[in-house]
Design a protein around this ligand. Sequence first.
Ligand code: PLP
Length: 382
Amino acid sequence: MRKLIMIPGPTNVPDRVVSAMLAPMINHRGEEFHELYRRIRANCQKVFQTSNEIVVISGSGTAGVDAAVGAIFSEGDSVVVPSFGEFSARLGDSASYTGASVMRPTAELGDAPSLDEVEKELRSTEKVKALCVVFNETSTGVTWRKLKELGELAKRCGALFVVDAISVMGGEDVPVDKLGADICIAGTQKCLAAPPGLVIVSFSPAAKQAVQGKKPRNQYFDMPKYFQFAEHDETPSTPAIPLFFALDEALKMVLEEGIQNRFERHELCAGAFYKAFESLGLKPFARHEYRSNTVIGINYPMGIDDRKFRAMVDERFGVVIAGGFGKLKGSMFRVGNMGEIDEKMITVTVSAIAESLSSLGVSCDLSKALSQVWKSFSSVHP
Ligand SMILES: Cc1ncc(COP(=O)(O)O)c(C=O)c1O
């Protein structure tokens, strides 16, 4: 049985995208690859809403983060990386591997730091090289919807603005140029609904300038080399060609739908999930205004064993959901609302969760939850 993969990435990959990977191998130094890479980068620019340089790296999201921060930071640089969960902490860790001194204004899990705290850190030392933020903190289901203000703050302080949009690009509006994001990183295995294994990174002219003056830390993430090779529509080392075929198809699907329609669909589906879960008496983990449209984080009711519950959802209903991360392990579950998400997937997922909770002794009214899902989609029913 094909399972419904409802974790916050990798997500379900459409058959069209999977089939694209079956194409025969091509020469990565030949015209077929040149055309493919040119089209992928042009389509990424449309999804990122940017005219900035795009590179696609064969590696997971972390590879993109390491490539980006490794390219712009040196020993002794000061950087600000607000911390409000596992992935924002990891972004700070990636920065500190470069020898930079990392300031981390911190917020309670489920919330995000205040702009005042971020500004205080940015102004605490003479020259901060960059402000690096995670837009969608996948570990807590928090979307820090202050990117515009954060970008303006970075500019006022003369700092580069780096955005990890790994778990949100394609699912919520991230207009890179409008936001003034100098570097933006997107995963392929999340809202773009392609398989894992590639990461897309955009560089503004200012970011490229910051990169050019620096000795690369290693060969694989030598960004100036990426820019040079991109001039001829190539990558410095052998790209993961089947994944490029898949990403090409996935991007075509995103653009066929239209990015605005895609953002609206994610929002609609997230609303249906939250309403259904709340009608079951469950509480979202994130502060209301920052509730993510792509990662639905829900607190467990008292007494529910995370492993037992998720095993039941998986084995009885074929639906795979995620648990909590780090300190949140055992206290919450997370549902990915990404990529191909639709009413049918939500209905199956909510049913599997409600029935499993009922079996474990929590009183749950599934019909009430499903009527919330139905109502959420009433405007789009024929
Ligand atoms: C916001 C964010 N940043 C970074 C990463 C790391 O990506 P990967 O696991 O693909 O290396 C993830 C993964 O879920 C993420 O959600």
